[in-house]
Design a protein around this ligand. Sequence first.
Ligand SMILES: [Zn+2]
Length: 215
Amino acid sequence: MNIVQNFVSPFKYNIKCPYPMTPEFIVVHNTANDASAKNEIAYMISNNNQVSFHYAVDDKEIVQGIPENRNAWHAGDGGSGPGNRRGIAIEICYSLSGGQRFIEAEKLAAKFIAYKLKEKGWGIDRVKKHQDFSGKYCPHRTLDMGWQRFLNMVKSELDKLKGGATVAEKNVPSSWAKGAWEWAKKEGLLDGTRPKDNLTREELAVVLKRLADKK
Ligand SMILES: [Zn+2]
């Protein structure tokens, strides 16, 4: 997934992202503005307001302004609130006027959030909205159009990412490996299960021992 980075200067960490953070969930926002992701991030990192967010997503791209291992000020739940201290903030652009650009920005945001969930091994329960933390009606347009609808978009993107091979396909060796796989099974070096799984060091040691014992 292509992410454009335009990070805030470390000289502004004290204003924008003062605390180290181990993220635990994603917090979804709408910008309530009509600027592009690039411009939202450029403005956020250049001003001196205690307002910040990790990512902005528009219809074309994802732009990052704060590293994920720093907190950001976006959730309205104070200096030690869980939203501000443990959430990755994602702003969806063009929500002021809405229209096709916003529809596309939401789609890209759903894809991006699914990608983040997969990367971190998180479930859909890790997707929160700004409203969960401070009661502010944000992400306003996403809420107007239906929060569950948006979660379903993320879920279907996540299913696509997780999908890939079906269970049946995973139990069949690839065509290029079939000969060697059958040989290893026949020789008793491998037990003939889980052809697509990773090999651990201890499993390799067992295979090497079996091979050595044959001689
Ligand atoms: Zn918000």
